[in-house]
Ligand binder design. Structure first.
Ligand SMILES: [Zn+2]
Ligand SMILES: [Zn+2]
Length: 846
């Protein structure tokens, strides 16, 4: 059974009820989740039930060895993750025999996380689990819980190999959510090839976060990277510090004019926080935020034009910088609004002559607060965050409004906090001591945030499923809420804010995985054979390609064929062959050069793009610069740093076709899917300024090429179809290149992948096809199902690609449409107009 419904719709209750009942009845339960944090939270919930017969326990890498024996022998509800199941529980199944014998149910929670290569590994681990259960005579029910997904039943079949019933109707009570699509303006800055640069999504998010917190709207901002989340929080805090500064100078404490505005809705029209100027007169007019503890009204608040309203501040008007609103077809109770900000916010107002010298006002500010002490918005560096001391710790209940506390209402949150710290944060959010929180999606993994009014989403979160999941965080007790998607400088984001119909009334994506990938299947067959020798009866469990892969394993000497079946006869552990979260290859150790501290490891293929010499490397929220990547020694030396730029590795790629598996005509051309060999070489890296996105330079690198056997989708056009375009003066190479970049950006709309999971090659004349050809390939050895999905949805995918290009208002191409940050050719040549003509030709039905 798979339950696929929205956030907070009661999925946990749906599996807990039968699971606990099974325990009371003498059975055992295996609960799987992608992360340890979520398992720890589930455990807490189970213990709160206070049922004596329910002996729940976590079994993960943190479980002390002396406890593990107890868990194996006595626990009847074991919470673990696929890694532990793969490396520890299945290989030692004999020690778990009494657990497996009584196993009634396997709960696979948050199973939408099992996609791509990782999902394919988990699919094989679950098949091994089924085989071990059968050995002990049990046939557990698999109960999967997923965020909303398209065709969840089909996904469940692929993941488990079992027949699936699906539950997709969500009848839980919900208010309506207003969804705003927000496009940051183009700035005066110029990037590669003179292309305009858009204001960054993080800068816009910081503005909106500060505005919403000032308006007493409980807001959560989702930012892609931890560093991004910290930047948003710090920038928003700095803006509030400015507001606090301005208020404290106009209304120094003890304040007598505090307006206890209990409705908590100061108008958003004044936009005091979006200015990068020093304090101006504009800020003198800002409304005072609602005090935390309302006191009786003593006097009228001048300048508060807004009528008192009993409605909570759930749907604030968009900021006044919106120059255009085009409401579109509402889908259900959801409304879409396109907001385009109109360039820079007004900063031309003269400085307030009444603004005193900064030295007079520092007394009103907490001198220990790095954000408040700083006169620059971008000044504060990222606070050193240690695991145990939290930067957002606050006084419990300020008795009086104290403006210096204003910046402290915003905090950043990242993964890795201890459970008690997370509980503290939940408490602060509930009580309102924290009103604004910037986070990565860490919140989906272990923090309970109910009671939010608004959600800001900085950049397309990758899938409609995650968009709805994140937006679903807003809206307490069935009340109305606001969610804003802020577009990044990226073709997919551009497409989406201009095409709300791609978001509303659409099914969410299918979760894609490919359990038949031989690079995934092989290692798990070895592991399975090591657990219990494989026989012919086992072959159907592992899929149709099993016997071919087994023959390969035998010829490689990994397995031995005997009359009774296939055996693992090596001394090594078979499970070491499968690197279920990585990309294979010997890992590169990341070492801090000054201390020798080992920060972590990166698989070899990823090392070329993530820890090359000069790269900005982020580890648990801390930022490092890579001093040297030594591939031979398998080490990347890094040092702690706070650069104001990000880096993007650029590669050049060659591709050759090994086998064409499927083809069909597309317009005057042909679409293909098949096996390819890709040779990639990282040749340089691009530096872009963190705050503005401005391009700072392209530094060369000297790294060896790598080859990859994978799967690709490609399309060709015959000479007769492209000749008229060439005659019209179109640069065919530039047009194909531009179409390739944009189509890589758009594929994640159809397959749950990241644009970094896929790559492309385009050429006016490819050696293997003899034609103009554009390839898009899976960036993982053996393929991950993304290119296959592109083949299946090619017409929709390429139509969306063309529309993303035409939607962008730039003249000749920019990062929002056809430029790619990882282009090894420095985004040369590119022909925007030509790309549209080329796609028109391909999509014409002649
Ligand atoms: Zn553009
Ligand atoms: Zn390129």
């Amino acid at each position: 059974m798979i339950i696929s419904t929205g956030t907070a719709s009661g999925k946990s209750l749906a599996y807990l009820t039968p699971a606990v009942a099974s325990c009371l009845d003498g059975g055992t339960i295996l609960y799987l989740t992608p992360t340890k944090a979520l398992a720890a939270d589930q455990l807490r919930g189970l213990r709160e039930l206070r049922i004596a017969q329910l002996r729940a326990a976590c079994f993960d890498g943190d479980t002390p060895f002396e406890e593990r024996t107890w868990v194996r022998k006595h626990a009847n509800y074991v919470l673990t993750n696929p890694d532990m199941l793969h490396r520890s529980i299945l290989p030692r199944h004999a020690q778990w025999s009494s657990f497996f014998r009584r196993l009634r149910m396997v709960v696979v929670d948050e199973c939408h996380g099992y996609r791509g290569v990782f999902g394919s590994h988990v699919a094989q681990i679950l098949r091994r689990l089924r085989r071990v259960c059968a050995r002990y005579g049990s046939r557990p029910t698999f109960l999967l819980a997923s965020a909303t997904a398209s065709e969840p039943g089909a996904f469940g079949v692929r993941l488990t190999g079992l027949e699936m019933d699906e539950v997709t109707v969500d009848a839980s009570p919900k208010g309506s959510t207003t969804i705003a699509l927000w496009e940051p303006p183009l700035t005066e800055l110029r990037g590669e090839g003179g292309a305009p640069v858009r204001r960054t999504a993080t800068a816009e998010t910081a503005d909106l976060l500060a505005d919403l917190v000032l308006a007493d709207v409980r807001t959560l901002a989702f930012v892609r990277s931890r560093r991004g989340a910290e930047t948003v929080a710090l920038t928003a805090r700095a803006k509030l510090a400015d507001v606090a500064f301005s208020l404290s100078t106009r209304h120094p404490r003890p304040a007598t004019r505090h307006q206890p505005n209990t409705t908590g809705t100061p108008p958003l029209e004044t936009n005091p926080t979006s200015s990068h100027q020093p304090r101006t007169a504009e800020q003198a007019t800002i409304p005072q935020p609602a005090p935390l503890n309302p006191t009786p009204t003593l006097n009228h608040q001048p300048g508060t034009a807004e009528p008192t309203s009993a409605t909570p501040p759930t749907s604030p008007e968009p900021a006044p910088t919106a120059s255009r609103q085009s409401p579109t077809e509402p889908g259900g109770t959801t409304q879409a609004t396109l907001l385009e900000t109109d360039g820079q916010p007004g900063t031309e107002e003269p400085a307030d002559p009444a603004t005193p010298e900064p030295s007079r006002t520092t007394s009103g500010l907490s001198t220990t607060d790095p954000a408040a002490c700083t006169s620059e918005h971008t000044g504060p560096t990222i606070e050193p965050a240690s695991e145990s001391s939290l930067t957002w710790a606050l006084p419990d209940a300020p008795a009086q409004p104290d403006w210096s506390d204003l910046p402290n209402k915003i905090a950043a949150y990242r993964a890795g906090y201890l459970a008690e710290d997370r509980r503290l944060l939940e408490k602060a959010l509930r009580s309102g001591t924290i009103m604004g929180l910037a986070t990565t999606n860490a919140l989906e993994l272990g923090v309970d945030v109910s009671g939010l009014d608004a959600v800001l989403i900085a950049g397309w979160p990758g899938t409609r499923a995650s968009l709805w999941q994140q937006a679903g965080r807003a809206g307490r007790d069935g009340q109305d809420a606001l969610a804003v998607l802020i577009a990044r400088d990226d073709p997919l984001d551009t497409y989406l804010v201009h095409h709300p119909q791609a978001l509303f009334g659409q099914p969410v994506e299918a979760i894609v995985l490919d359990p038949d990938n031989p690079y995934v299947l092989g290692p798990h067959l070895c592991a399975a054979a090591a657990e219990i020798p494989l026989t012919d009866d086992d072959l159907p469990i592992f899929g149709t390609t099993t016997s071919t892969v087994l023959d390969d394993l035998v010829s490689q000497g990994l397995l031995r064929r005997r009359p009774a079946g296939w055996f693992w006869t090596k001394r090594e552990r078979a499970t070491d062959l499968a690197d279920i979260r990585g990309g294979g290859g010997a890992p590169i150790q990341v070492v801090e050069s000054s201390t020798g501290r080992l920060l972590g490891s990166v698989d070899e293929p990823s090392a070329h793009t993530t820890v090359h010499t000069g790269a900005v490397y982020i580890h648990q929220g801390e930022t490092f610069l890579v001093e040297l990547l030594d591939l031979e020694a398998g080490v990347a030396l890094v040092s702690s740093a706070t650069p104001d730029f990000t880096t993007f590795a650029r590669d050049i790629t060659d591709i050759s076709i090994l086998a064409t598996q499927r083809s069909h005509p597309l317009g005057p051309g042909t679409l293909h899917f098949g096996e390819v060999e890709v040779t990639r070489q990282v040749v340089s890296y691009l530096k872009r300024r963190l705050q503005s996105g401005e391009m700072l330079g392209d530094e060369p690198l000297d790294l060896p090429p790598r080859t990859l056997r994978t799967r690709a989708v490609w399309w060709t056009l015959p000479a007769s179809a492209v000749a008229p375009l060439a005659e019209a003066g179109i640069d065919l190479g530039g047009a194909a290149h531009a179409a390739e970049h944009a189509s890589i950006g758009l594929l994640p709309l159809f397959a749950t992948c990241d644009r970094w999971d896929i790559g492309g090659v385009s050429t006016e004349l490819h050696a293997d096809t003899g034609l103009l050809t554009v390839f898009v390939y899976d960036g993982h050895e053996g393929g991950a199902g993304f290119a296959e999905r592109g083949y299946a949805r090619a017409a929709d995918w390429l139509t969306a690609t063309r529309e993303a290009i035409t939607s962008c208002e730039c003249e000749r191409g920019c990062p929002s449409c056809i430029q790619s940050p990882k282009c090894g050719n420095g985004n040369e040549p590119l022909d925007k107009r030509g790309a549209v003509r080329l796609l028109n030709t391909l999509l014409s039905s002649q």
